[in-house]
Design a protein around this ligand. Structure first.
Ligand code: KG4
Ligand code: ZN
Length: 378
């Protein structure tokens, strides 16, 4: 059995987790998270220096909690792992400094993990409540990465080999959810809020039995017809802005006036439909061209139930032989368990010499605001 202590501080969650690999299967022993969303909510986004200060305040408490819940002592830890890129530099530095100190003080090997590969490898973690071993996921694998900072289609021939076959040309889809929520007067983070309103509208529509309800606006599906696997969400967000401004003018509502619930629900539904339409269409097209054995969803937007359902259903219809996986419940959003899982699988594949070198990584590990998955491919 190997056990890792993993740390994640790339954005607004201070997270520490203990993950073990036992008979091949990845098990989360503890997953401690201190979220700062309420601190950043008034600003409508994450403020880097505030995030760093908060990580610094909470890190030791979260670390202690992760160790206590897992009932583990430093002697039982084989490896330290930390997110070192991409992310907000002041925030990343808190996590990497903690990890380097522990590695040096406890004399443990250290691995720096890419945040997005962590999100992808969350799919290899066995669910907390079942016995299934998910490390069997078959390659080649196609990952639809959907987070606040990234929207990518990543093709993996084998473990740790990343080919970005398509990505957003402007905003990430999670960022667009957040911005649309702001236009509609919904709180940050916007993704779960938009999803809730969209769900209400979908139910009302179903109950009405009608094809279309009055006042419905059809939003564009940017780049849906383009032959490549790229995305664009900025235009979709702007279309919501223009439609909202037109609505305000029509009903003589000022900027400060709240929008009626019926408009917010309809717009949230239409935005969710449009963005999921583009995401699934491109993923299915990539599935057709690359013929992967497995498709996985990764990143915070993978918590979106409608996206999960739509993609699962379409893949089952079009390519029933392809497996489809999601991260276990609670591991879609930022967490340290995904970083630990990725580190354990990387560790397994390292040579004895690389394992020895990992004991001195604490001297040289650097943080990067931007680092492409392709730069860390094996
Ligand atoms: O992966 P993540 O936790 O952080 C980044 O790495 O960016 O993703 C956060 C993003 C936010 O934009 C948030 O609004 C979005 O994920 N999100 C959702 C849902 N839950 C979180 N978007 C749509 N539907 C959701 N249910
Ligand atoms: Zn993330």
């Amino acid at each position: 059995m190997s056990t890792v202590l993993a740390i994640e501080t790339s954005c607004d969650e201070t997270a520490v987790s203990i993950v073990s690999q036992e008979n091949g299967s990845l098990r989360v022993q503890s997953n401690a998270i201190s979220s700062q969303v309420h601190l950043h909510a008034p600003y409508g986004g994450v403020v880097p220096n505030l995030a760093a200060r908060e990580h610094n305040k909470n890190m030791n408490l979260v670390l202690q909690e992760a160790l206590n819940i897992a009932r583990i002592t430093p002697d039982e830890i084989d490896l330290i792992a930390v997110t070192h890129a991409p992310g907000l530099i002041p925030a990343l530095l808190v996590g990497t400094t903690t990890a380097k100190t522990l590695s040096w003080f406890w004399n443990k090997p250290l691995l720096g993990i890419h945040h997005i590969e962590g999100h992808i490898y969350a799919n290899f973690i066995s669910s907390l409540d079942t016995d299934n071993d998910k490390t069997f996921l078959k390659f080649p694998l196609l990952a639809l990465v959907v987070s606040g900072g990234h929207t990518q289609l990543v093709y993996m021939k084998k473990h740790f080999h990343y080919e970005i076959i398509g990505e957003t040309q402007d905003d990430a889809v999670g960022e667009a959810f957040d911005k649309v929520a702001r236009i509609l007067g919904l709180p940050y983070p916007g993704g779960p809020e938009i999803a809730k309103k969209a769900h209400l509208y979908r139910e009302k529509r179903k109950a009405s039995g009608k094809e279309m309800l009055s006042g419905e606006i059809l939003l564009p599906r940017p780049m849906i017809g383009s032959k490549n696997f790229h995305f664009s969400f900025s235009g979709l967000k702007t279309a919501v802005l223009y439609a909202t401004q037109t609505y305000r003018k029509k009903y003589t509502l000022e900027e400060k006036d709240p929008l009626p619930e019926s408009f917010i629900e309809m717009m949230s539904w239409q935005f969710e439909e449009a963005s999921i339409d583009v995401l699934t269409t491109k993923t299915l097209r990539a599935l057709d061209q690359y013929q992967p054995k497995t498709v996985v969803l990764a990143g915070g937007v993978s918590a979106n139930i409608h996206l999960q359902k739509t993609l699962r259903q379409k893949i089952a219809e079009i390519s029933p032989q392809t497996d489809f996986f999601l991260p276990p419940l609670g591991l879609s959003l930022d967490n340290a368990a995904m970083i630990g899982a990725c580190a354990l699988l990387r560790w397994e594949k390292m040579s004895p010499q690389e394992k020895t070198q990992a004991r001195s990584i604490w001297k040289s590990l650097e943080t990067y605001a931007n680092l492409s998955l392709t730069e860390i491919s094996l």
